[in-house]
Design a protein around this ligand. Structure first.
Ligand SMILES: NC(=O)c1ccc[n+]([C@@H]2O[C@H](COP(=O)([O-])OP(=O)(O)OC[C@H]3O[C@@H](n4cnc5c(N)ncnc54)[C@H](OP(=O)(O)O)[C@@H]3O)[C@@H](O)[C@H]2O)c1
Length: 308
């Protein structure tokens, strides 16, 4: 199969395009012919060698965590059939969707809704899984609450804005001037241009914060919470930052993989609560270029590989 892969950790230039062996379906697994896979920020962190758990990996390594495609082989005991259109996210800690075929446990993928394209299904896979786990399961956002979502133009935050509105919350979000109209189109009630205004001066009284930016933005986010408020962080590593006050909670969503969670994502799309993000398409052979854009961190929505 064709794949984008690395033979060593390093900058975007270490990404190569070429032939690697096809995977086989083990017990409980299916092989999926990948139609679309996306670029997530985790992919360039992996490519750069930032994840210590990968210190002893064997090369070549294929980056990538989410996909949409069609089942082409079924391992013993797997409850899907050849021809099923499915989408999903690899098991936690696994990389390898920038390619034409993947093997994955059938019980963590879901059927792709018919009207949703492979490109849009892939664009909603890890973003949706993360947003649902963060906003619904971890923050347990409720109708009438106010949430600040940091980094509104990104893939995860864009899903989270729409989900929070669907749950009946008031949404404040941060973005650069270029993306203000985009985050408003996703339903944000109040938009702060983070280059023009410091959010800690203009936002207060929030029940919840969902931070997708990290760094100082994450640490300063506690300031906008009401007493008893809770904040969830996905861009600050494996642990949430420590709050500088004792009356709020800092949470790190675990983002577990499951078919049920992917079905929740599919259901939210099917009931019209979530629309797919703005998408920029790449070919697998352009993986280095896609990583440069992702690592620059100032694009909108999702970067997606059209594999087939
Ligand atoms: N399982 C997990 O834990 C998990 C899963 C998915 C993602 N993540 C993490 O979540 C983070 C977000 O990922 P993503 O793919 O949704 O988006 P991303 O690619 O990391 O972020 C892109 C967006 O960030 C915005 N941005 C950059 N700096 C900002 C700032 N100071 N304030 C507000 N917005 C800012 C940019 O908008 P502007 O151009 O308008 O600045 C851009 O649209 C990443 O760190 C990723 O690793 C974790």
């Amino acid at each position: 199969m064709k794949a984008a892969y690395i033979e060593k950790f390093g900058g975007p230039e270490v990404l190569q395009y070429g032939d690697l062996p096809d995977p086989m379906a083990g017990p409980g697994e299916v092989v999926v012919d990948v139609h679309a896979a996306t670029v997530n920020a985790a992919d360039w962190k992996f490519r750069a060698g930032e994840y210590t758990r990968h210190a002893n990996v064997k090369f070549p390594q294929i980056p990538g965590r989410d996909f949409s495609g069609v089942v082409s082989a079924v391992g013993e005991g797997a409850d899907l059939k050849v021809g099923d259109a499915v989408f999903g996210v690899l098991a936690a800690g696994k990389e390898g969707t920038y390619c034409e075929k993947i093997a994955i446990a059938a019980n963590i993928v879901a059927k792709k809704p018919d009207g949703l394209s492979h490109i849009n299904a892939a664009a909603l896979a890890l973003t949706g899984l993360t947003a649902v786990n963060s906003v619904e399961d971890t923050l347990q956002l409720k109708r009438g609450e106010k949430i600040l979502i940091q980094g509104g133009a990104g893939g995860v935050a864009g899903f989270a804005i729409q989900l929070a509105k669907h749950l009946g919350a008031t949404v404040v979000t941060t973005t650069s001037a270029a993306n203000m109209a985009y985050v408003k189109s996703l339903g944000a009630d109040e938009v702060i241009d983070y280059n023009a205004q410091n959010f800690t001066r203009v936002v207060s009284g929030c029940d919840a914060v969902f931070d997708t930016v990290g760094g100082d933005v994450a640490k300063q986010s506690f300031a906008v919470l009401k007493p008893g408020g809770r904040a969830a962080f996905i861009a600050s590593g494996a642990e949430a930052p420590k709050p500088d006050r004792t009356d709020v909670k800092a949470l790190r969503p675990p983002v577990p993989r499951s078919r049920k969670a992917m079905e929740r994502v599919a259901h939210l799309w099917a009931e019209g609560a979530i629309k797919p993000p703005e998408v920029k398409l790449y070919k697998l052979a352009q993986a280095a270029e896609a990583h440069r854009v992702s690592q620059g961190r100032h694009f909108r929505g999702k970067l997606v590989f059209q594999v087939r």
